[in-house]
Each structure stands twice: as C-alpha cells, then as structure tokens.
Write a protein that binds this ligand. Structure first.
Ligand SMILES: [Fe+2]
Ligand SMILES: [Fe+2]
Length: 285
C-alpha cells in the first residue's frame, strides 16, 4: 500500500526511545488546577495507561513475525520495535507514579486489579488478534488526540505540577512520534474498514468506561467537601474535559472517514519543539 511509502519520505520524525527522570515525590495531592475533579480524571488515565500500553505492545507484537516474513519493509519493522520500546518506558513511568498516589493516601490496588481482570483477563482473551490490533490502533488515535491537546493548550503548562506536566508532555511527544505505526501495521494485516471501525467501537466504549470508573474510584476517597463540585470545577470540566467539550466526539468522528490516516494531521513539530525546549530538563536531550 502506498500510504506508508508516502509517509516514509515525508517529514515523519525519528522514533526515539528515551529514558527521562521525574520527581513524583513532590507532586501534591491536587496537582492539576488545585482541583480534585480534574486531578481525579488525570490520575484515572494514569491508572489505566500501564496495562493499556502493555496491551498495545502484545497486540502489535503478535504480527511482528508475519511483518518480517511477508512484507519487505524493514523500515516499518524498525518503527514497530521503537514503538514497543517507547510504550514500555511509558508504562514504567506511569506505574512509578502509582507509588506517589499511594503515598498521597489513595487506595488504587482494587481498581487496578479489577480493571486488568476485566479488560485483559476477559475481554482481550476473548477477542481475535486482528480485533485486538484494531482496538490498539483506535486507542493510539485517542492518545494522539490527548497528546496534541497536551502540547497546545495551557492545561499542563499553566495548571499542572511541573513533574506531571513533564511526564505527560514527554509521553505526548512520543505518542505523536509513533502515532502512525500501529495503524500502518493494521493496514498490512487487514485494511478492512469494518475491522477498523469495530476496533473504534470497542476502544472508545472501553476507554470511557474504565476511565470514568477509575475517576469515580478516586473521587470516592475524597473528603465530602471535595466531592461536591464547586462552580470553578464545573467550569473547568465543561471547558477542558474532552468527554464534555466535544473533543472526544470530534476525534471519534474523524476516525470514521474511510480515507483517515493519523499522519494527515501534521503535528510532529509539536513534539520536536517541546523536546528541544525541555529535553535537557528531563534528562533526554
Ligand atoms: Fe504511550
Ligand atoms: Fe502509543
């Protein structure tokens, strides 16, 4: 298929596996906007990321041998290796943040065990390898949407604790770098529109369900006065929560286009620029 060849000769950035360092011990309990609700939504994403990223790796890895055997495309194969390397590091860093959440007094184990049992012990085990790959591709599309927002809006740069701003911005940069990889693998394995959309349906419902369940689990642990949203919290949620401000829906609809490809949105420069400005501070320059 020509799409991949066209991308290879374009300005697609190098996919680089980096090993940054973050000091989570200094992160306060309400690290985003000083706001329990916004922080719970962000922390819940943190809780679902590590197992999710291990799932992405398994889903793509399943097809690596076939990729090497059946398609003469060493460049894509190398990108797949680097995509897996980046996702391993993301999972590790987000899992390190779990310890900070526990130190802040949150009980997270019961949620993480429940989520992993349902999502990967039951749903993944009963899905075909092609559907798992299609789900991964759709989730990569949503992570690219989160990444673009993270690097272009003031949410992290102005309202987050620096360690979390750096963790999420570094993750965002690498998500943009590798945003086409799983998609290109799916195009080789099975370019069917129906499969891609089945992946979207499963991915979006699972993401929303587990994300909200995680946020609910964390909010339940807040003192009663923090559980009632203030006017400011409601305003922030309406404007910036992607489930409420229409951005999740727009990303969903964008993916429905039959000619969709992640690289149609040229936002790689956001990653280059952020890393050029901040790479040294997080030890990856
Ligand atoms: Fe990631
Ligand atoms: Fe990713």
């Amino acid at each position: 298929m020509s799409t991949h060849r066209e991308l290879a000769s374009s300005a697609r950035p190098e996919i680089k596996v980096r090993k940054p360092s973050f000091r989570f011990s200094e992160v306060p309990r309400y690290w985003l906007w000083g706001n329990a609700r916004a922080t719970a939504m962000a922390n819940a994403l943190n809780l679902v990321f590590p197992a999710g990223e291990r799932f992405f790796i398994r889903s793509v890895k399943h097809f690596v041998d076939r990729l090497a055997r059946e398609w003469d495309d060493p460049e894509l194969l190398e990108q797949v290796r680097r995509f897996m390397g980046q996702e391993v590091r993301h999972g590790m860093e987000h899992e390190r943040f779990f310890e900070a959440l526990v130190a802040q007094g949150y009980e997270i184990r019961s949620f993480v065990e429940w989520y992993e049992r349902i999502a990967y012990g039951i749903i993944e085990k009963n899905s075909s390898p092609k559907l798992r790959l299609a789900v991964t591709v759709a989730l990569e599309h949503f992570t690219a949407m989160f990444a673009e927002r993270a690097l272009t809006r003031p949410v992290l740069s102005e309202h987050a604790h620096p360690a979390m701003r750096d963790l999420l911005s570094w993750h965002a940069c690498e998500e943009l770098e590798h945003k086409s990889v799983a998609f290109d693998v799916l195009q080789r394995v099975d370019p069917s529109y129906a499969l891609r959309i089945a992946g979207l349906a499963c991915a979006s419902s699972a993401l929303v369900y587990f994300w909200i369940a995680g946020a609910h689990h964390l909010m339940k642990q807040e003192p009663p006065e923090r559980r009632r949203p203030s006017r400011e919290e409601l305003r922030v949620a309406r404007e910036h929560n992607v489930l409420l401000n229409g951005e999740f829906l727009r990303a969903f609809l964008d993916y429905l286009r039959p000619d969709f490809h992640p690289a149609q949105k040229d936002d790689y420069h956001l990653a280059r620029e952020w890393l050029a400005r901040n790479g040294e501070a997080i030890g990856v320059a």
